[in-house]
Design a protein. Sequence first.
Length: 393
Amino acid sequence: MSWPTVSLEEISKSIVYGLNASATIDEHGPRFLRITDIHESSVDWNAVPSCECSEKELEKFRLSSGDIVFARTGATTGKSCLIRNCPTDSVFASYLIRVRLNKKANPEYISHFFQSPIYWAQVRSTAVGAAQPGINATKLKKMQIPLPPIEEQKRIAAILDKANEIEEAVKIIQNKQGDIIRSVFLEIFGDPNLNPMNWDEYTLESLCIEKVGVKAGPFGSSLKKEMYTETGYKIYGQEQVIAESHTIGDYYIPEDVYQRLKSCKVESGDLLISLVGSIGRTLVIPDVFEPGIINPRLLRIRTKRELIHPDFLKILLALPEIQLRLMGSSHGQTMPVLNGRIMKKVSITTPPLSLQKKFLERLDNIDKMLQRTDRMVDESYKLAKSITQELLT
């Protein structure tokens, strides 16, 4: 359905610039909201400083729940924030513009609109100043907004609020994934540095196939960029390991170079380890992959499968306890560097293979749960997109 379009001025009580004052560490006086106090469209009022202002200024520049403030200059030009639950005495700085809406508009709906591509397209077309882009109150008043009836605004805002809640919940879960894995590991196996279960311990070298199990990439002089081709055998490097994706990257070498360097080739189940900069990052090569070799910044680990599963070793090496051990063993003045000699000597706590597999099965169930939440996010994004499209038609 097509909604009428109105200017922001038509649905506003006032659109005004903020107070020209200086922040103070003195807790007396009203809170003084600045551009830098707005993070991800929210405000931590406990971190907002105070300022000195008269009673007249306080009344003129006071913030109330439902107000929307805009950054009017700099890199954050056009960035907005809906004010919620602000302190009674709080004002806003001069580099912000406060919009106070009238009864025709729902603040939550209008705030969501100010996050949309439609709004940002208008900001880009109206921002003034080449070196220091900015937007003023006059330009802001002319912003065009699709405006359904007030009850429909509330319905749309509620749906988008729910989509945002789902997105934030999934972000929290994803950010905590490493903690979840570590928690499950400690529950089953204990601290790998203390080894309270008295599991067998091996050096990494002894867990790997003799002679070929621990292999660094070719020397730089053996693999030069002028040898690269658009097709052929893939070169696996830190790009794939850090992204934890074997499918990305487009560096290849021809058959003759591959044959000369095939001692560095990858096979299914190989564990690749980053040796420079982001050291200790890992990637396990799956059953289906592009044939290729590792580059000089990687180490290839090929384990004895009867002793340790490569996926278990990957998780073990990612634990903070082991990462600290690797960092302590690294060298390099400008960035940390590992090498095959160092990695061969790393001590690995190795529980029975059957227990490793049970642990991996448990993590697989956790991963499936995370995938379900990812699908929920995708659905919420699709819903939000369809609502945005509805407003445009």
